[in-house]
Design a binder for this molecule. Structure first.
Ligand code: XUL
Ligand code: CO
Length: 437
C-alpha cells in the first residue's frame, strides 16, 4: 500500500447538503435506482493515461503537475511504484474500475520483447493490487499512436512491417488484459486516417484495418477472452480524418467487413462534439444498432475546437446520457470511464480527487434525474403517442412488411389526403425536462 495521498481518506457519500469538497453529494454506491445499485449502473472507471501519466504538457509548455510518488524516470521500478499510488487513489475514490494502454503502465523497451517483459513486470503489480483492493480492469488497449513508427497509422500504415508490429503489440495487450480479468478491450484508431488523400489508398487502408480487427477477434477466441471488444469513434485529431469518425461510420465499417457481431462502440463525448454531434446522438445511433458498449465520459469546451478532455459537470449532458443508456437496458460490460484530464493549472494531486468526485456526482445526478423522468412517464408516453399511427391500420401493415407502393397509392387515393400532423411540442418537452433538473 502506497501513501501518495496522505491527507485524503476514503471519499464518503454525505448527501446534497454537505459542503465537504472531498465527499460525494449524489453518488451513493449502494443506493438503488431502477432496481440496481448506482455502483452497478455507472461502473465508474479511472483512466491510467491522463490521471497517472498526464503531466499537463501542452504544445506551448512543459508539464506542471506535481506528482510526488513519481520520480519522472522511465524505469520499471518507478512504473511499479506508480501502480501502487494509482490503486491508493482509485480505492480512496471508490471507483470499481480502471482502464489502461500498454505503454501507460509500463515503459517501452528497445525491442518488442523488452517492452513485453516490462509490461509483465508491471502487470504483476497490477494483478496484486487488483486482488488487494477488489478494483477491476474495465478495459485494456494498446497505444498504437505515440511511437514514431506509427506516424502513418498502425493497421492502416502503408508499411506492412508497421502493421505486423502493431499486431504483435495487440496480441500482447490482449493477453495481459485477459490475464487481468478485463471486462473489455478497446480499439481507438489513434492515427488510422490520413493527412492528405494525395498519398493515400483509402480502399486498401480500410481493408487492412478490417483484416487487423479480424485477426484480433480470432486471437480473442483462441485465448478464450470473454470480454467485449469496443471500437471508439473519433473524427479527427491527430489526423485530419479518421476512418472511425463517428458511430454511424463505425457501424457501417463493421457491417461492411463482417465485424458487426464482434465489436460494440465505446463512445466519447468530446469525440462526438468534434464530429458535429451531441453525445446523446451518438448513444442513440449505437443503441439503435444494438451496439452501445461503453462510454468515455468527458466533455469539450464549446469555444475550443479540439479534444480538451475535460471532466463532465453539466447535468443536462449526464441526464441525456443516462436517459439513453437506461432506455437501452444499461451498460453491460462497459462503464462510465473518465477519459478526462485536469487542467494544467490544476497541478496538485488533490485536484485529481476534485475532478473525479465532480464527474461521479454529475453522473449520479444524471442517473437519478433520468430515472425520475422515466418514472414520471410523460416523456416516453409522448414519444409513444407520436408514433401511434404505426401501431394499427396502414402503419402496422407497413411495419410488418405487408404493404407496397401499389397498396399505398390505392389507400391514399381513397382518402385523398394524409391524416393531419400533430405538434412536435419541442418547447413543452424541454420545459418538462427542466421540471426534473
Ligand atoms: C483519444 C482517446 C483514447 C482512447 C483510448 O482521444 O480517447 O484515450 O480512449 O486509446
Ligand atoms: Co477515449
Amino acid at each position: 500500500m502506497s501513501d501518495a495521498f496522505p491527507t485524503v481518506s476514503k471519499i464518503k457519500f454525505e448527501g446534497s447538503t454537505s459542503k465537504n469538497p472531498l465527499a460525494f453529494k449524489h453518488y451513493n454506491a449502494e443506493e438503488i435506482v431502477e432496481g440496481k445499485t448506482m455502483r452497478d449502473h455507472l461502473r465508474f472507471s479511472v483512466v491510467y493515461w491522463h490521471t497517472f501519466r498526464g503531466r499537463g504538457v501542452d504544445v506551448f509548455g512543459a508539464g506542471t503537475a506535481i506528482r510526488p510518488w513519481d520520480d519522472g524516470t522511465e524505469s520499471v521500478e518507478n512504473a511499479q511504484k506508480r501502480v501502487r499510488a494509482a490503486f491508493e487513489f482509485i480505492e480512496k475514490l471508490g471507483a470499481p474500475f480502471y482502464a489502461f494502454h500498454d505503454r501507460d503502465v509500463a515503459p517501452e523497451g528497445r525491442t518488442l520483447s523488452e517492452s513485453n517483459k516490462n509490461l509483465d513486470a508491471v502487470a504483476k503489480v497490477l494483478k496484486s493490487e487488483q486482488k488487494r483492493t477488489g478494483i477491476k480492469l474495465l478495459w485494456g488497449t494498446a497505444n498504437l499512436f505515440s511511437n514514431p513508427r506509427y506516424m502513418h497509422g498502425a493497421a492502416t500504415s502503408p508499411n506492412a512491417e508497421v502493421f505486423a508490429f502493431a499486431a504483435a503489440q495487440v496480441k500482447k495487450a490482449l493477453e495481459v488484459t485477459h490475464d487481468l480479468g478485463g471486462e473489455g478491450y478497446v480499439f481507438w484508431g489513434g492515427r488510422e486516417g490520413y493527412s492528405t488523400l494525395l498519398n493515400t489508398d483509402v480502399k486498401r487502408e480500410l481493408d487492412h484495418l478490417a483484416k487487423f480487427l479480424h485477426m484480433a477477434v480470432d486471437y480473442k477466441k483462441k485465448i478464450g477472452f470473454k470480454g467485449d471488444f469496443f471500437i471508439e469513434p473519433k473524427p479527427k485529431e491527430p489526423t485530419k480524418h479518421q476512418y472511425d469518425s463517428d458511430a454511424a461510420a463505425c457501424l457501417n465499417f463493421l457491417r461492411e467487413y463482417g465485424l458487426k457481431n464482434e465489436l460494440k462502440l465505446n463512445l466519447e463525448t468530446n469525440h462526438a462534439t468534434l464530429a458535429g454531434h451531441t453525445m446523446q446522438h451518438e448513444l442513440e445511433v449505437a443503441a439503435a444498432a444494438n451496439a452501445l458498449g461503453s462510454i468515455d465520459a468527458n466533455t469539450g469546451d464549446l469555444l475550443l475546437g479540439w479534444d480538451t478532455d475535460q471532466f463532465p459537470t453539466d447535468i443536462y449532458l449526464t441526464t441525456q446520457c443516462m436517459l439513453t443508456i437506461l432506455k437501452a437496458g444499461g451498460l453491460k460490460k462497459g462503464g462510465v470511464n473518465f477519459d478526462a484530464k485536469v487542467r494544467r493549472e490544476s497541478f496538485e494531486p488533490i485536484d485529481l480527487f476534485h475532478a473525479h468526485i465532480g464527474g461521479m456526482d454529475a453522473f449520479a445526478r444524471g442517473l437519478k434525474i433520468a430515472a425520475a423522468i422515466r418514472k414520471d412517464g410523460r416523456l416516453a408516453d409522448f414519444v409513444k403517442q407520436r408514433y401511434s399511427s404505426w401501431d394499427s391500420g396502414v402503419g402496422a401493415e407497413i411495419e410488418k412488411g405487408k404493404s407496397n407502393l401499389t397498396e399505398l397509392a390505392k389507400y391514399i387515393s381513397r382518402k385523398g389526403e394524409a391524416a393531419p400532423n400533430q405538434s412536435g411540442r419541442q418547447e413543452f418537452l424541454e420545459n418538462l425536462i427542466n421540471e426534473f433538473i
